[in-house]
Design a protein around this ligand. Sequence first.
Ligand code: SIN
Ligand code: FE
Length: 313
Amino acid sequence: MTALTPPSVTENRATRRITVPLPSASQDGERLCAELESANILYFPQTPFTISPADRQTLLGQKQTSAAFHKNVAYRPAENRVTGLDKSESSEAEALRAILQSYSQNAARFLGELLPPYAGKWKLDFASYRPIEERGRPARLHARNDLPHVDAFPTRPTNGDRILRLFTNINPTQDRVWVTAPPFAAIAPHFAKTVGLPTQARNDFLSAAIRGVARAVNLPGARRSPYDHFMHECHNAMKEDSAFQQSAAKQRWEFPPNSTWIVLTDCVSHAVLEGQYALEQTFIISRHAMVRPELSPIAVLERLAGYPLTSTI
Ligand code: SIN
Ligand code: FE
């Protein structure tokens, strides 16, 4: 495991896991942001905020038998509600809502203190509870999380902003096991060839104007920039590419019970192989808050393309 003292942060060919001592001094924030932007994982052997024993017990489903505790559940902070549950699960929904609200608030407070360069420059996206055993979990190819991929949300385009996720393993006994493959900067040239970079025409004045109108009437997909289009195609292409899946250099990471880790999942190629019971909070961080903006996927892609790939309206 690497300690927190690399002399300088450079573009990575492989992801490293950085153990962060706590309390972390606020002047470390910029260094920690640079580690994340270099496709490294910030790792906390003990979760740096409290999740009460009662909340843990509820999440582990020892009191409830409902299906609500046997499927992934999303929490939307802006609306303060959980989604993904049936009406019959409304009593569990209230318990889950309260627990996820508290996790979400704690995660956001912690992140703001840990990473001052990002504080206030994010949109608090969804949190989730992941109670399903990942080993052998059935899913269609593009939804499989055991195949290394970078994240891209087709329904929540970022227009070049970053996807940062904070995970906590609440399983009392079992590790959550990930593998990582070479980060986006290393694989982008290959997938730019197989997927094809968006053509400049997609981003010309006319298409921007049409997007503006579509957005005004709330048409789905109206906010999807050429960047978002590419990132989603890349996510799919990585999972479809069996040669990449088999031969890419991989590293295995074990996240033990009660550990927390933070990752920019749009640049770290990641997959989960095993583990059950995790909490997660997603943040969409402004691309303008990056301390190494040249390492962002948008910058990598625009260098390859030679023209802008985000929308300005
Ligand atoms: C993923 O983002 O691919 C899944 C990670 C996890 O659930 O541990
Ligand atoms: Fe993912």
